[in-house]
Design a protein around this ligand. Structure first.
Ligand SMILES: [Zn+2]
Length: 253
């Protein structure tokens, strides 16, 4: 454990602020809007948000989830995204401490938040997000060396390749965005950890898919996006992967 409180406080604030920016990405990217201009505004009345209204989570609670100008309700997704981003930062920090791995994996987590929420709402994983993952990951790999080149490249090919096979066999149940995302995850997790992430994604997808069918929340013909499961598999693998493998192997005998 690396309980250095000033650093933990700083990471929480950075995570919340980054989450606030990710909210903008999640809302605007699938709508083809610029993520830098215009400044944050209420989608209903267009009122520009002041500095106090931009404080993550706190502003939502103070305003009781409503726009201060027109009283339109604000989606609970906004504080959730901010809390999830900060929470991931803290979990990765507790797992890896102040290390190259932390920076590398926190970058991936920052990418997976908009991937998950956009895929849930629009059933797409924008190419620009997958490309950003590689564009950020390549220099970080060179700089931080959290894993070797061959591990990263082999992970990319294995992750993308495996999902390409599954996507081809699943007749449209899985899209090109999922294949590319699996490649990006492979790049960050490397060989062989990417295999565990994909396995966890398939298991979680099957379990939750069955649950949604059994409870009739989703019908047989409904589409269940796979991106969130890939993200979940990667994050669990990064937080607990080696321990899970050791536990599994120790129970084989
Ligand atoms: Zn408004």
């Amino acid at each position: 454990m690396f309980l250095h409180w000033p650093l933990i406080l700083m990471l929480s604030i950075v995570g919340l602020l980054l989450g606030s920016f990710l909210n903008v990405v999640i809302h605007r990217l699938p709508r083809g809007e610029s993520i830098v201009f215009p400044p944050s505004h209420c989608p209903r009345c267009g009122a520009r948000l002041g500095p106090l209204e931009l404080i993550p989570v706190v502003s939502y609670i103070v305003q009781k989830g409503r726009c201060r100008h027109c009283r339109a309700s604000i989606s609970w997704r906004y504080p959730l995204v901010e809390l999830v981003t900060a929470g991931l930062f803290l979990l990765f920090y507790l797992r890896y401490g102040p290390s190259p791995q932390f920076l590398f994996y926190a970058s991936l987590a920052t990418l997976l938040v908009p991937v998950t929420f956009i895929d849930l709402e629009h059933q797409i994983i924008p190419n620009s997000l997958n490309l950003t993952g590689l564009a950020v990951g390549l220099p970080l790999l060179l700089w931080l060396r959290p894993l070797t080149w061959s591990q990263a490249l082999l992970g990319l090919v294995a992750g993308g390749g495996l999902l390409l096979v599954v996507a081809t066999l699943s007749w449209g149940g899985m899209g090109g965005g999922d294949v590319k995302l699996a490649g990006v995850l492979g790049f960050y997790l490397g060989w062989p950890l990417v295999l565990l992430a994909l396995l966890l994604a398939f298991v979680a997808g099957a379990l939750i898919g069955l649950f949604l069918l059994a409870t009739r929340i989703k019908g047989r013909r409904d589409f269940i996006p796979f991106g969130p499961f890939l993200a979940l598999g990667a994050i669990i693998t990064l937080l607990a992967g080696p321990e899970m493998v050791v536990w599994y192997l120790s129970h084989l005998r």
